[in-house]
Design a binder for this molecule. Structure first.
Ligand code: GUN
Length: 290
């Protein structure tokens, strides 16, 4: 058997188009465009590429893009002051501070300062807590994108065995919460998990977000399982996911790297910005149609 390749690039293009239509409707109703502010501190090359493509995608979706580039030696107080200004700015619906921040800045303090209603990354403890308790939340973009791909394939995930490999605040933990919310039986595996292969073998759904090239091996995967590869590892041989490509011979469906989860993140960021704008302006946005 060879896995169906899940075309995240095509799904993301569709989502961006739907968000663009809904953004135009928001603009007609609110008399202004949804606005996303992106903050980049320092010169990290990969981060600069992400920030540029976020800005382009924001404008392409009919939204306002505000870019703030600060030098690497910006102190924490100055960054917090910028976050406060963006919190108070009515034209800004979403605030994204690109991570990682330079080591002299406390990331948690910066995230905690963002107005939870504008926290389109879903990293603020209020949003993490809302997600965990089943309240309306702004949900981290990458795991929400993974869930959209999964639900496109399996409209009901109820009762399925799911394993999330990785326990980061950005992907692993919110991914587990989303799958639990869909009534999956969820296992979270991480670097201290004993006999990880035995856990993966039970799973109907595997989400790999560990940041280790080709970590998940074909003989770990249950035949027919759906495998979502969040990994983007730059190696000497190019971009490699967290899943060994040979898993495609065993899985029922699998995301490629690149072209799987990657394109979903920015599309969901635009979706979250629109959702935040709608909630802030009191304009109805049909979130189910996005
Ligand atoms: N760095 C890597 N991924 C992300 C993300 O989703 N949001 C932010 N803000 N920074 C990141």
């Amino acid at each position: 058997m060879t896995a169906t390749i899940i075309d995240g690039k095509a799904f993301a293009a569709g989502l961006r188009a739907r968000v663009g239509d809904a953004a135009a409707a928001f603009t007609r109703a609110a008399g202004r465009r949804p606005g996303l502010a992106v903050v980049l501190v320092g010169e990290d090359a990969a981060s600069a590429v992400y920030v540029r493509s976020k800005g382009k995608a924001t404008v392409a979706a009919g939204m306002e893009s505000f870019e703030h580039r600060l030098p690497a030696d910006t102190d924490e107080a100055a960054l917090l002051a910028l976050v406060e200004r963006l919190n108070a700015d009515d034209a800004v619906d979403g605030i994204l501070v690109q991570l990682p921040l330079p080591p002299h800045i406390d990331e948690r303090a910066v995230i905690a300062r963002i107005d939870p209603a504008k926290d389109v990354d879903g990293f603020h403890p209020v949003n993490a807590g809302r997600l965990a308790t089943g309240l309306d939340a702004l949900v981290p973009c990458t795991p929400l994108g993974c869930l959209m791909l999964l639900k496109d394939l399996h409209p009901s995930l109820s009762g399925m065995e799911a394993i999330v490999i990785g326990r980061s605040n950005i992907v692993g933990k919110p991914m587990g919460q989303l799958l639990l919310g869909e009534s999956c039986t969820v296992t979270t595996a991480h670097s201290r998990t004993r006999d990880i292969a035995a856990h993966v073998r039970r799973a109907d759904i595997v989400v790999a977000a560990v940041g280790i090239p080709a970590f998940v091996k074909p003989d770990w995967v249950k035949p027919g399982a759906t495998v979502i590869d969040v990994g983007i590892n730059r190696t000497e041989t190019g971009l490699v996911g967290d899943v060994d490509p040979a898993v495609a011979a065993v899985a029922g469906a699998m995301t490629p790297v690149p072209g799987g989860v990657g394109p979903m993140t920015i599309a969901v960021l635009l979706r979250n910005t629109l959702v935040a704008a709608g909630r802030r302006a009191g304009v109805t946005v049909d979130e189910g149609a996005l």
